[in-house]
Design a protein around this ligand. Structure first.
Ligand code: NAD
Length: 336
């Protein structure tokens, strides 16, 4: 298969690119990423120079460039990870979230349609469903009720993807995953922030009273699920992805401080995020029964391995802290 993976220099996209190229298959992968602050080519060092891999710096909102890539590389499959992804940033600056997540997706869809792409997978989030109370789970039929500018922009993109299926008959899927964790996670997000702060003896900030619940999934389990959706997803269908790993933020910070053996005095409760969703929890029955997916990581084991990854890859996160990752150039890249 000939893939265009967008946002492949970010956390999940880079894990997906590596997943495709290390599967031992003959996949060809073009990675289109504009390299915002979240794009990091160090994430892709393992696949640099791979014969079946091309990195192109550019935006999904650049129609001319996207057309060129689809034509030149005879792409048949698009997996769209490219996005502004941080809720806190969307609260202080929603503009770029609409431009990238909504208009960028629409641009990609138009190009995909013009070039007769055979499969378009939109990587979305459970945040489009809003918040749950103490009980219940998000299913694919849960009404869309986003709370933040981030989740609203992802919802708008999902609706466009669905509309391109209904209107033009495009073969699309939408995946809605719970919170990911694992290697190469940018240290502004909860788990890598807590790990890297703990390693530096800095405060461990927790919103509100720490009782918010997130449903955690290892990034490699997410990549495996997307792979299955690419190959077996029924046209037009939405698939929720989650591994039944509900944890409060308090539980997460306790597990990390225990593993690193740092003082609990570092834990600092800060003013809650406006519109902070209380609880997310995914019902993965559809992807499990229809596509045969199941997660391979137990959370405790996956978190332990993740903490060890940050310990072993101090250079990776220190390059982010000191900003030097921005000027890193791999052996083969094309700037557009
Ligand atoms: P990330 O912020 O780590 O990476 C996003 C990548 O997109 C970056 O490399 C960035 O440079 C790139 N990008 C941004 N604007 C672009 C543009 N206009 N053109 C091309 N590239 C652009 O995000 P992530 O955590 O890897 O998330 C990837 C996708 O998965 C997002 O769509 C997100 O909504 C979704 N998602 C994330 C999670 C999670 O827990 N992180 C959970 C569910 C779904």
């Amino acid at each position: 298969m000939r893939y265009l993976v967008t946002g492949g220099a970010g956390f999940i996209g880079s894990n997906f690119v590596k997943h495709l190229l290390t599967e031992g298959s003959d996949h060809f992968v073009v990675n289109l990423d504009v390299l915002t602050y979240a794009g990091n080519l160090y994430n892709l060092e393992e696949v640099e120079g791979h014969a079946n891999y091309v990195f192109i710096k550019g935006s999904i909102a650049n129609r001319e460039l996207v057309d060129l890539i689809l034509e030149q590389y005879s792409i048949d499959t698009i997996v769209n990870f490219a996005a502004e992804s941080h809720v806190d940033r969307s609260i202080t600056g929603p503009d770029v979230f609409v431009k990238t997540n909504v208009l960028g997706t629409q641009c990609l869809l138009d190009a995909a349609r013009a070039y007769g792409i055979s499969k378009f997978v939109q990587v979305s989030t459970d945040e489009v469903y809003g918040s749950l109370g103490e009980t219940g789970y998000f299913t694919e039929d849960t009404p869309l009720a986003p709370s933040s500018p981030y989740s609203a922009s992802k919802t708008a993109a999902d609706l466009l993807v669905k509309a391109y299926h209904e209107t033009y008959g495009m073969n699309v899927n939408i995946t809605r995953c719970s919170n990911n964790y694992g290697p190469n996670h940018f240290p502004e997000k909860l788990i890598p922030l807590l790990i890297t702060n703990a390693l530096q003896g800095k405060e461990l900030p927790i919103y509100g009273d720490g009782s918010n619940v997130r449903d955690w999934l290892h990034v490699r389990d997410h990549c495996q699920a997307i792979d299955l959706v690419v190959h077996k997803g029924r046209p037009g269908e939405v698939y929720n992805i989650g591994g039944h790993n509900e944890k409060t933020n308090n539980e997460i910070v306790q597990m990390i401080t225990d593993q690193l053996n740092v003082s609990k005095d570092l834990i600092t409760y800060v003013a809650d995020r406006p519109g902070h969703d209380k609880r997310y929890a995914i019902d993965p029955t559809k992807i499990t029964t229809e596509l045969g997916w199941k997660p391979s990581y137990y959370f405790e084991e996956g978190l332990k391995e993740t903490v060890e990854w940050y310990l072993a890859n101090e250079g990776w996160w220190k390059n982010i802290m000191n900003g030097s990752y921005v000027t890193y150039h791999p052996k083969k890249s094309g700037d557009q």
